[in-house]
Design a binder for this molecule. Sequence first.
Ligand code: PGA
Length: 249
Amino acid sequence: MSRKPFIAGNWKLNLSVEEGVALVRALAPAAAAGKVEVAVCPTALCVYAVAQAAAGSAIGVGGQNAYWEEKGAFTGEISASHLKAAGAKYVVLGHSERRQLFGETNETVNKRLKAVLAQGLVPILCIGETLAERDGGKLETVLKQQITGGLAGLSAEQLGTLVVAYEPVWAIGTGRTATTAQAQEAHAFVRGVLRSIVGELADKIRIQYGGSVKPDNAKELLSQPDVDGALVGGASLKAADFIAIIAAA
Ligand code: PGA
C-alpha cells in the first residue's frame, strides 16, 4: 500500500504574520515537486495571511486546534468553520501540549474532530505516551485509548481523510527521538488499532511521526514501512531544516 508522505510543520506559538509569510514563501519551491504532501500550521492569527501567501503553491495550511461549536458565546475560541474560511485545509487536534497544559481529553478531542470533519477539513489527530506511561508498560493501553476515544462515534466513511500523528511526549522538544525501531513498532500498533475501527481504510491512513524530527534523523525515521511522514515542531521554523526534511521524505 503506497501512501503519499505527508510532512507538516507545527509552528506552535511562534512566528509573526510577517515571519510566517516569509517562511511559507521560502518553502514553496521545495513542495512544488508534489511527491510529498506539505503543510504548515501557524498560529490561528496567521492562518489567513500564510494561506494567502501559500495560494497557488503546493503547501497547505492548517490550524493548531479548533473548538467544537461553530459560533456563539464562546469568548476566545476559534471554530473549524472560521479556520476554513481563513484558508485552512488541516487542523491539528489533541496535541500533547493541549493535553498536558490545557486540559484536553480524548472526549474533547473527539468533539473537535467531529467539528473539523463536518467542515470538510483534514484532522491530524495527535497521540502519544509520556515517559512514565512507556516505562510503566502502558504504551499500548494509552495509544489505544487515545485512538478509540478520539475517533468514537465516527465511521470509516467519515474518517476517509484522517491523518494520525504519533508523538511520544518524551521526544517532543527534548532533542530525544524515538529510535527507528520504537517508532515503527508504535506505528504498526497504531495501524492495527485503526484497522480494528475502520477496517481496510487503516492501510490508507497516513501516520506521521513527531518528536524532535530533524534533518539528520528524518531519512531513517521515514524509511520505516509504517512511518508515513512527520509532524515537525522546532525544525519547521527554519526554511533550510524543513526543506531538508521534505527532501528526506
Ligand atoms: P518538536 O515538536 O519537533 O519540536 O519535537 C513536534 C511537535 O510537537 O509536533
